[in-house]
Ligand binder design. Structure first.
Ligand code: NAG
Ligand code: NAG
Ligand code: NAG
Ligand code: NAG
Ligand code: NAG
Ligand code: NAG
Ligand code: NAG
Ligand code: NAG
Length: 379
């Protein structure tokens, strides 16, 4: 009898630990609701893209819902661009900003690629770089893999590869290229991503750190494939993230404020179009060896036929806890669960210096606490 009660306590705790609740679902016919379209040429990364406003983007069919109910965000591939002009594309920013304690999941089937193409799905706070930036999906040209990056003011670093699958490329998040982590799993970008059926990224924006997971379609965990637009999400079985930026070398509360989500596709510009980045992979794709001249100018097809996002959904979640119940077992829940896998703020302070190795231990400890408390209440 007592033993049975103990197991019940554990099960209850684990199910509540799992609770990330949906706060916003961008999908289907409502996908494009709640975004601001840029409506100006790319004056930020100096790419040769003109970001249309929403009415123009809709009219020119660069932002629409396809026959399968998925969102398409694309570069214009129907216009012959004259020298001196830029090519139409999209940059859109969510009207909602999501605070520390959020989780974002994006499920896509195709990411833009091809010479001169520079797509990104990322987040930033209003006062850049003071409010931080998290690049979740970003790559250029015909790169073979995705890159994840934090951009911050000086003082935020990432040199450890502890509990992450990706490879570190830069450790100082305040440098122009930021603290890059290159994806090492296959099919995270380019034609390989689409051929595998796309995939999913999940980003946990937490006081204990920023953690980014990537799964190619065959590996997407059940907790995600089984979820719908209202289900809570259990992240406990997700395994090792692709990038783990722990708060012990980057105080998330100090370097990040609530983040807006952004999709954009620029062409050439600061990264895709310059020097080595372009020359190494695309420099021989035209007569001049120059990104703008050889790619942007002239016909849009077939050059930009692969320059589109095909998105099933973007969901934003929060760690907000379910209302406590009045049963005796629930008294152990608020104190133990808020400091475990949810990575939610802890009053102890100790949690912010913990890293993910402690995760399993914390979970065990939680169960143990649950057993002790449960035993106490059961006796
Ligand atoms: C870029 O253009 C936007 C929209 O017109 C404008 O608000 C912003 O100040 C410009 N930024 C820069 C860096 O020129
Ligand atoms: C095209 O884009 C470039 C790079 O951002 C910019 O310098 C230029 O002014 C743009 N030209 C037009 C016609 O918008
Ligand atoms: C959108 O852009 C088009 C083309 O530049 C312009 O004619 C139109 O006035 C813009 N609409 C809004 C609402 O700004
Ligand atoms: C989501 O799934 C739950 C069961 O897991 C179900 O109760 C709910 O109705 C579903 N919601 C939608 C919008 O399909
Ligand atoms: C992290 O930054 C916040 C906000 O600036 C500050 O209150 C807190 O003391 C810092 N934590 C550590 C461990 O430095
Ligand atoms: C890239 O190629 C262009 C055109 O051939 C050349 O002008 C430039 O110096 C090259 N840059 C690098 C970094 O190799
Ligand atoms: C533009 O690209 C799409 C695929 O993204 C393709 O279906 C379409 O045929 C292309 N348009 C032209 C004019 O080639
Ligand atoms: C994380 O914790 C483990 C075990 O305590 C330790 O070996 C590792 O160096 C830590 N990593 C970071 C980034 O603090």
């Amino acid at each position: 009898m007592t033993r049975f009660a103990l197991f019940a306590v554990c099960a209850l705790q684990l199910s509540i630990v799992a609770g990330y609740q949906v706060v916003r679902d961008y999908s289907g016919q409502n996908f494009f609701t709640g975004w601001d379209f840029y409506g100006n040429y790319d004056n930020l990364t100096l790419g040769n893209a003109v970001y249309l406003n929403q009415s123009e983007a809709t009219k020119q069919n660069l932002a629409y819902i396809n026959s399968e109910g998925r969102a398409i965000i694309k570069v214009d591939n129907t216009t012959d661009v004259a020298m001196g002009q830029n090519r139409s594309s999209i940059r859109m920013t969510s009207q909602d900003a999501y605070p520390i304690g959020s989780l974002w999941i994006i499920d896509l089937y195709h990411i833009p690629y091809g010479c001169s193409v520079w797509p990104a799905f990322w987040t930033f706070g209003p006062n850049w770089p003071n409010d931080g930036e998290i690049d979740i999906i970003e790559a250029i040209n015909i790169m073979g893999n995705n890159q994840m990056v934090l951009h911050t003011t000086p003082g935020c670093t990432h040199s450890s590869t502890y509990n992450q699958l990706g490879a570190n490329i830069g450790s100082d998040c305040s440098t122009p290229s930021g603290c890059v982590v290159a994806e090492t799993q296959p099919n995270s970008y380019n034609s390989g991503f689409a051929a595998a059926g796309g995939g999913v990224w999940a980003t946990q924006f937490d006081v204990t750190g920023v953690f980014i997971w990537f799964w190619s379609r065959p590996n997407v965990p059940e907790s995600i494939t089984q979820a719908n637009s209202t289900s809570s999400i259990d992240i406990t079985s997700w395994g090792t993230p692709s990038a783990s930026y722990f708060a012990n070398t980057c105080n998330i509360t100090e370097f990040f404020s609530p983040q807006n989500l952004v999709f954009d596709i620029t062409l050439c510009g600061d990264w895709a179009g310059t020097g080595y980045a372009y020359n190494a992979t695309c420099g021989s794709s035209g007569p001049t060896g120059l990104c703008y001249n050889d790619c942007v100018v002239g016909p849009g097809s077939p050059r930009y036929d692969e320059a589109y996002f095909d998105i099933s959904y973007v969901r934003a979640y929060t760690t907000e806890q379910p209302a406590p119940t009045t049963t005796t077992t629930s008294t152990s829940i608020p104190t133990s669960t808020t400091s475990t896998t949810n990575r939610q703020t802890s009053s102890s302070g100790a949690i912010s210096t913990r890293n993910d190795s402690s995760r399993g231990l914390i979970l065990l400890a939680t169960v143990a606490v649950g057993i002790i408390l449960g035993a106490r209440f059961a006796l």
